[in-house]
Write a protein that binds this ligand. Structure first.
Ligand code: FAD
Length: 503
């Protein structure tokens, strides 16, 4: 690596969500201290999925000074309060992973300990009833609340999102080059990337290269052989088919993840249409059967040809290698189940901006970046595996495989701890907080055998009063909220709304 060369020219290879998110953020944050060039090929196109997000995107947009209503109008976005999981525990169940907090935690013990104690005292109201975002989602309600009192994310059109970011990046000085990257040229002296050669004998030189070429990973793997950790044995789904359909009802503020006998199906309601897709393991379900199953389980007229996607779950071993950083699918992919991919893009970009080299790439920065990025991916990986492992489904070879598979020690330890004590600890800025783990573990059927003794400090009357107070607060707030679709139409409407009555 050349440690003396000033890093001035940043070349972004690829113009999908990852490429344009990176270009827009770097151009806006770094201003004219760097030159950003983005190369993309319209002929190759983008993956065309990736529409459900998680709350940190709200912060990301704020950091970049993006006007929320404008952004939502441009991307036909709706609000998202969480994910409704159908059939993951036993095939007939339902549970919700919401973005909100449930009840009220004590510093020594999360609310689940009080709720579990309540069960032993005959309080039977579901854990869900204590989470405002969850109750609002299930009743199709939404509004911004003072003091960030509503924790939410977005459901958006990925094609329009890339367009929106492109306009922003170009306005901030990013140069876009249309063309196919035919060859990655390495500097024979250092082994770093020197330039990208495009069809038509064009050449784009740079100091730092961002590989945003999606699953192709042209730079980081194709040229630099950074290595890949394959996690298929834990996350065995390896294919998806996506279609868009007409809306037949007013969009709800949540994404659905409906389990089937060899994977699951998503439904993401946007303002102008609904995104649908089936995710499956090709060992247990053929493409034709998957497609038939998807088309048989969508609502509304199908608007697009089925988009068939194949993938290998896992992570690039070195996300930053030499003068190249993998951002987006080139860095790995772990299932769209908890909508974490765009989040990982965001994390990588913000991390890179924090570690932006001045004079040459520092190996210490590279090591730190790779450690942090790897940690993020391991924690998300474990959370995703949990959804498959903790199930009592045994109605198909797929579910029998996942429920029997050995899981990483880090996850097994979390499951054991929760089952025995109802405790969850968040480590190293982990993305998913205690309440996420609790909702999914209980939703998947893990019943804690015990709870923290602090809950028993309350007398029976005090406990009854506390639980009622918390439920009343939720009820009061939710009953004052407007209908989600009406709120979207008024706040950022881009399409004539379907009335909730059409539902
Ligand atoms: C089935 C499925 C569902 C998903 N759902 C979600 C979700 O709900 N939420 C979420 O957060 N994420 C989701 N994701 C992930 C999400 O789609 C991606 O993280 C996101 O779209 C970023 O993709 P990308 O930009 O890395 O790759 P791509 O969209 O594939 O973009 C790659 C870019 O590189 C360009 N390119 C490639 N090769 C060349 C070349 N030789 N020359 C020039 N240009 C080239 C392409 O033209 C394109 O512009 C999903 C992924 C899959 C597979």
């Amino acid at each position: 690596m050349n440690m003396d060369k000033r890093v001035r020219r940043i070349v972004v290879a690829g113009g999908g969500t990852a490429g344009w998110m990176a270009a827009a953020a770097i151009a806006r944050t770094m201003g004219r201290t760097v030159e950003v060039t983005l190369i993309e090929s319209e002929a190759i196109g983008t993956i065309g999925v990736g529409e459900s997000t998680i709350p940190p995107l709200v912060t990301y947009n704020r950091l970049l000074g993006i006007n929320e209503a404008e952004f939502m109008r441009a991307t036909q976005a709706t609000f998202k309060l969480g994910i409704l999981f159908d059939g993951w525990r036993d095939g007939t169940d339902r549970y919700f992973h919401s973005f909100g907090t449930t009840g009220k935690d004590h510093w020594s013990a999360g609310f689940q300990h009080y709720w579990l104690h309540g069960l032993t005292k005959g309080h039977t109201r579901p854990y869900d009833d204590y989470c405002m975002e969850l109750v609002a989602a299930m009743r199709g309600k939404f509004a911004h609340l003072p003091d960030e009192g509503m924790n939410y994310a977005y459901q958006l059109d990925s094609g329009l999102y890339a367009k929106f970011l492109r306009a922003m990046a170009e306005k901030d000085g990013t140069t876009r080059v249309e063309g196919r990257i035919a060859h990655v040229e390495l500097d024979p002296a250092t082994g770093d990337i020197a330039a990208l050669r495009l069809d038509g004998d064009r050449r784009v030189e740079g100091d730092l290269f961002l590989d945003c070429t999606g699953f192709r990973a042209l730079l980081i793997e194709g040229a630099l052989h950074a290595g890949f950790d394959d996690w298929t044995h834990w996350l065995p789904c390896d294919a998806a088919i996506a279609v868009q359909t007409e809306n037949v009802r007013a969009p709800v503020p949540y994404t659905r993840a409906m389990a089937h006998d060899a994977g699951w199906q998503w439904r993401i309601p946007l303002q102008h249409r609904t995104g649908n897709g089936i995710v499956y393991c090709s060992r247990y379900l053929s493409k034709d059967d998957a497609q038939a199953r998807l088309l048989g389980n969508v609502e509304g007229r199908v608007l697009t040809e089925p988009n068939v996607l194949r993938f290998v779950t896992g992570a690039r071993r070195r996300q930053w290698h030499r003068n190249c950083v993998a951002i987006g699918l080139s860095g790995g992919f772990m299932e769209p189940l908890e909508s974490t991919s765009i989040h990982l893009i965001q994390r990588a970009i913000l991390r890179l901006i924090r570690m932006m080299p001045l004079r040459g790439v520092s190996p210490a920065d590279v090591a730190e970046f790779n450690d942090q990025q790897h940690q993020d991916m391991l924690q998300i990986r474990d959370f995703l595996i949990l959804h498959y492992k903790a199930t009592s489904r045994d109605d198909s070879p797929f579910w029998r495989y996942v429920r029997e598979m050995p899981v990483p020690d880090s996850l097994q330890q979390k499951i054991d701890l929760f089952r025995e004590t109802a405790r969850v600890f968040r480590r190293n800025e982990e993305l998913f907080a205690e309440n996420s783990w609790v909702q999914v573990m209980m939703g998947q059927g893990i019943a804690p055998q015990s709870h923290h003794p602090i809950a028993e400090k309350l007398s029976d009357d005090e406990l009854t009063r506390l639980l009622r107070l918390l439920r009343d607060q939720v009820e009061r707030t939710v009953s004052g909220l407007p209908d989600h679709a009406a709120y979207v139409a008024q706040y950022c409407g881009a399409t004539a709304p379907l009335s909730a009555a059409a539902a």
